[in-house]
Ligand binder design. Structure first.
Ligand code: CA
Length: 236
């Protein structure tokens, strides 16, 4: 039933990467539309309304960020950015413009498909917005009770400060998505201040400790170095 397939728009100018990604997606039963330019990507986006976009930032005609900005004027369709390893600033900018996630080149098949699945899963969560009071977030042993503002590991309550709770709850409401340092700071403390990143790191270290995470342990909160944090499955 080909019309039940998810439709993916792939915007990438390097033909090797484009056909590699296209092959992976088709093998995993996605329908793929491809283009090498930002302009055509924007046109294809409005004519085909894909379920998902994979976007290279370095495009021949325009910066891929232009695509993100344009699409975010009227759509929440997940956008996964393909980015070169060295460009931390580009990743941050793309996420702050509204991209959902990024994959660093070179990337493997399993990593790419995991990211695609997470983004599509979150898309479904986002469609029934407006969380019912009493709703809970669960990941492995971690349970966040939004209604009571309580956090549990299995049966045991984890005592978080208000700020720690707010950070964890914020990440959990965007499962799988990398939230940049500045996005978190703005949301938690209201404004960007100089000590913000340090404050965030201290709070995050406390959260991780209270959740029982050892250094380098990515079971709950994943540290995307130089970019931000995400909550989600560890093999991402
Ligand atoms: Ca490129």
């Amino acid at each position: 039933m080909s019309n039940n397939k998810y439709k993916v728009l792939l915007i990438e100018d390097e033909s090797n990467i484009r056909s590699f990604v296209e092959t992976i997606l088709e093998a995993n039963d996605y329908q793929v539309i491809t283009t090498a330019t930002c302009e055509q990507g924007i046109m294809l986006f409005s004519s085909h309304t894909p379920d998902f976009v994979i976007l290279d930032l370095g495009l021949p005609d325009k910066d891929g960020l232009e695509f993100v900005k344009k699409v975010r004027e009227g759509s929440n369709t997940p956008i996964l950015v393909l980015s070169a390893r060295t460009n931390e600033a580009d990743k941050v900018e793309a996420l702050d413009c509204g991209a959902n996630d990024y994959v660093t080149k070179p990337f493997g098949t399993a990593e790419l498909m995991a990211r695609v699945r997470v983004a599509l899963r979150n898309r479904h969560q986002n469609t029934d917005n407006g969380r019912v009071s009493g709703e809970k977030f669960t990941l492995y042993d971690l349970v966040i009770d939004y209604n009571r503002r309580l956090v549990f590991m299995g049966e045991n309550e984890v005592k978080l400060t208000q700020t720690e709770y707010n950070i964890l709850a914020l990440l959990s409401k965007h499962t799988g998505k990398v939230l940049t340092y500045s996005a978190i700071i703005k949301e938690i403390w209201g404004a960007l201040d100089v000590g913000g990143i340090k404050k965030l790191q201290v709070n995050m270290a406390n959260i991780r400790k209270k959740l029982g995470s050892k250094p380098g342990d990515n079971r709950y909160v994943i540290n995307e170095l130089g970019v931000g944090y995400r909550i989600g499955e560890e093999n991402m």
